[in-house]
Design a protein around this ligand. Sequence first.
Ligand SMILES: [Zn+2]
Ligand SMILES: [Zn+2]
Length: 290
Amino acid sequence: MSVTECLTCDRPSPSGFLCTKCIAVLRGSLESVPFYMPALREAVARQVQFGPQAGGSHGRPLVFNVDASNLLAELTSYLTGVAGAVADRAGEPVRFLSAVAAARYLLGKVDRLNTFRGIGELHVVLGGHVADVVKLVDVPVQPIYLGVCGATSCADDVPSGPCDAVLWASPTETTTRCKVCGASHAVETRKAEITDRVWVHLQDRVMTATDAADALLAAGLITGDPARVVDKIRKLARSTPSPIPGADPTPARLTPRLYRTVLGHARPAYRVGDVLELLTKTSRKTKTGA
Ligand SMILES: [Zn+2]
Ligand SMILES: [Zn+2]
């Protein structure tokens, strides 16, 4: 191939129509589609309810005024169209029903696509759409708290104490590097360690259904709508143990450990460990019994 200059930025481009930097940007655009799609759908719903000026995720008014539903339709039809054409050309009988499926497919073909001139248009058009989506959905990047670094280093042969810098990771990172000492940490491992540590303190606490639900959700030990979780916990407290003797050695009923007075009313309080055990047991039962 005689391509030497990138189609979109004039940098040297020895391996295709786009240079390595533009290819990286294109990959990033494709990778961001699954991430932004739920937020874009939410923006569509909000605009249907409140009109195009409806605020961002925190109710702030947006200065940027585009029609979310048009953007969603354009992005979906563009990506499914391109992916469909690429699949046709490759002789693969795939139909793409969503922007996410199309983006994932194209992501796997980026290197091959770089031998086609059309990749320049894909890069520019998709980049423009993604920029519009970012402005529209106004997604705040929520960093993940990973606790204190704690790494020990022996710089200049002088052993130092554990690093006390607090670690944060972005939602897309799988490993993160400490900004102070440079030690790298696996995000999933750190998250699991924090959950374990929280659990040690949490499991023997006695709380009302509402507080237990809040604590379990905040610790990431369960997921779901807070009101529904509270409802489930209350149902567990009302349910009676299995009538079949020996069928289940642990009682299927949540029993209060004490009563707390909340706004003048005595509310039953449960051991958080019992709550989690019964919640996971019943959700397993409903899943497998469905
Ligand atoms: Zn380039
Ligand atoms: Zn550190």
